[in-house]
Design a protein around this ligand. Structure first.
Ligand code: FES
Length: 157
């Protein structure tokens, strides 16, 4: 974990060890590890001289943060209102079936995590799925199956 904490220290140094940098530091640490390891929260709390409970409350308030290890690629299925009425439930069912995961779960090899989100700000293109940071618009269950097939082929390569 020492190397991990070095990365956390570098992020804190970049933004400054001050309470007003908390959110940006947490976003960068979350991005670096794909989640917020417990040790990183302790380090942030110590270096910013903030109660650890305050750091945890931010970590649990925003859905972008995860306290559990997540896969290298995250599949976000938007289930917000616009996406819901245009077929998000069918897309989510297809992903669950093809990956064998429920939202919040990760494959055993830590390759993929399935999550749902309430809106990604692309309602006009609903239904929307974000895979590894790339947004896919006007999704259908068949298009979703193709994307999952491509992800699985990448893994096998
Ligand atoms: S509800 Fe899905 S992008 Fe807004």
């Amino acid at each position: 974990m020492e190397r991990n904490l070095q990365a956390v220290d570098e992020i804190i140094d970049q933004w400054g060890a001050k309470p007003e940098s908390l959110l940006q530091i947490m976003l960068d640490v979350n991005h670096h590890f794909n989640y917020l390891p417990r040790e990183s929260i302790e380090r942030i709390s110590k270096r910013l001289r903030m109660p650890i409970s305050q750091v945890y409350s931010v970590a649990t308030f925003f859905k972008v943060f995860s306290l559990k290890p997540r896969g290298r690629t995250i599949v976000h299925v938007c289930t917000g209102t616009a996406c819901h009425v245009r077929g998000a439930p069918k897309i989510l069912d297809r992903v669950k079936q093809d990956l064998g995961l429920n939202p919040g779960e990760t494959t055993e090899d830590m390759a993929l995590t399935l999550e749902t989100v309430n809106c990604v700000g692309a309602c006009a293109s609903a239904p929307v799925v974000v895979v590894g940071g790339e947004t896919y618009s006007e999704m259908t269950p068949n298009k979703m199956a193709e994307i999952i097939k491509a992800i699985k082929a990448q893994k096998a390569a």
